[in-house]
Design a protein around this ligand. Structure first.
Ligand code: ADP
Ligand code: ASP
Ligand code: MG
Length: 448
């Protein structure tokens, strides 16, 4: 069997869902399990609803809910499946209505239940469309019965052993009976049945978790580009699609801004060596990008792709006391651990530590705690640029070419060598796109 995951743009409207159904029909012989995201923009709307709830903006909440209802019913009508899905859509919308009008304070669990509604709605439409259009009987499965997570609401951690067992119980019998299964990405539930979500963009991760649990032949991520590219095509219009990449390269790119893949996607798949293939719902003839432990051919250059993560904050702690002292780094990192702040890029000198973090309201307290250890500076609106390629560390001259390409840019911090496949550095956010274009021209040709 294979897993086919379709992202937000692949379920955005009736045309997209028809393209999806064609892709699934083409893959019928591979026994697909279909995982879908919410329609594009819907999770953002649900996030906005929770924000409006916190501000007591009841009118905005009900207007947004009505808009969601209209959009889904319209697509159901366009697909000609209203009769099959109307009751199910209304049931999910009614549940959303109860959640958003709950007069008690919005809890973290309540918020996750709201955020997961988009996938419940879109999966109903997809299951019905597959059935109606192509004579493929689809079975709708509730992912919350399979994707068991902890109770870290907002970005819950999956329990892979439990998921394997639940998939065997809930999904395997349907697959064995030859049914086409349609389920939701992004959502899960705790052992006590409280709904959770895996974090933004988490549907890719769901696909991988199910692929690993069901020993899939491969996990296909269907999206609106024809694969992993040499750079984000929105920044570099002449970026091109890569035929292949390694798990490590894909993970580094995803961690540093390549939105096409959730950063955790490869994690459940590496051990079993299950490949990921990125495909384009709207260009089904394109072969896509195959991501696996090893690539068959190596690109002529060791640089595979360049990514950018914007909106990063850089913290620097300087302390003369650090010179020759031990235990200093531990004390710094304890502060981040205590406040549950994830550190991305790190560089150290004898007397200072620089690191990047995502913006968070908790940073204020972090800075206060760090100030007890040394002099702290905080710089916001930075971008991490990652030059990624499996052989970067072992290829002479890459760093020289990088710095030559961006000689006129102030590089504020650099980290290389911690990973064999990554050279990262920090620039001011507004310079980021220009830097990516200059690097792309250097390593892949084309206009600067
Ligand atoms: P989906 O909704 O299908 O999950 P996403 O919007 O999450 O799709 O991811 C696809 C988008 O990722 C593309 O439209 C593209 O703009 C962006 N992207 C960023 N970096 C890359 C890259 N290196 N290769 C391909 N796409 C990229
Ligand atoms: N719908 C979710 C989001 O927008 C999950 C996903 O698209 O992968 O974050
Ligand atoms: Mg995505």
């Amino acid at each position: 069997m294979i897993v086919m995951k379709f992202g937000g743009t692949s379920v955005a409207d009736a045309t997209a869902i028809s393209a999806l159904a064609s892709a699934v029909a083409d893959a019928r012989a591979d026994h697909p399990l279909v995982v879908v995201s919410a329609m594009s923009g819907v999770t953002d709307t649900l996030v906005a609803i929770t924000a409006a709830m916190l501000h007591g903006e009841h009118l905005a909440v009900s207007a947004a809910r009505e808009a969601l209802r209209d959009r889904h019913l319209e697509v159901a009508s366009d697909l000609g499946v209203m009769e099959q899905v109307h009751a199910d859509l209304e049931a999910h919308l009614e549940r959303l209505g109860t959640l958003v009008t709950d007069r008690r304070e919005l809890t973290a669990a309540g918020r996750d239940a709201i955020l997961g509604t988009g996938e419940l709605l879109s999966s109903c439409l997809v299951a019905a469309a597959a059935l109606a259009d192509r004579g493929m009987p689809a079975v709708w499965c509730d992912a919350r019965r399979v994707i068991r997570t902890d109770a870290r609401f907002g970005a819950a951690i999956p329990d892979q052993a439990a998921i394997r067992q639940l998939a065997a119980q809930e999904l395997r019998p349907h697959l064995d009976a030859g049914a086409l299964l349609v389920t939701q990405g992004f959502i899960g539930a705790t052992a006590t049945g409280e709904p959770t979500v895996l974090g933004r963009g988490g549907s890719d991760f769901t696909a991988a978790l199910l692929g690993a649990a069901l020993d899939a032949e491969r996990v296909e991520i269907w999206t609106n580009v024809s694969g992993l590219m040499t750079a984000d095509p929105r920044i570099v219009p002449d970026a091109h699609v890569l035929a292949e990449a390694t798990y490590d390269e894909a993970a580094e790119l995803a961690a540093f801004g390549a939105k096409v893949l959730h950063p955790a996607t490869q994690l459940p798949l590496v051990e079993a060596g299950i490949p990921i293939v990125i495909r384009n719902t709207f260009a089904r003839e394109a072969p896509g990008t195959r991501i696996a432990a090893e690539t068959a051919t190596n690109a002529p250059q060791s640089v595979r792709s360049i990514s950018i993560k914007r909106g990063v904050t850089v913290l620097q702690v300087r302390a003369a006391r650090m010179l020759g002292a031990f235990g200093f780094l531990r004390r710094i990192f304890e502060v981040f651990e205590r406040h549950e702040i994830v550190v991305d890029v790190l560089a150290t000198s004898e007397v200072s530590v620089s690191l990047t973090v995502d913006p968070s309201p908790r940073l204020e307290q972090v800075v206060r705690d760090l100030a007890e250890l040394g002099e702290v500076t905080l710089r916001e609106h930075r971008a991490v640029i990652a030059v990624v390629g499996g052989a970067i560390r072992d290829t002479p001259g890459i760093a020289a070419r990088v710095y030559q390409a961006i000689a006129d840019v102030n590089v504020e911090m650099t980290s290389q060598g911690a990973s064999t496949s990554n050279l990262t550095f920090i620039v001011r956010e507004e310079e980021g796109p220009r830097v990516v274009r200059a690097l792309h021209a250097t390593f892949f040709g084309g206009p600067t």
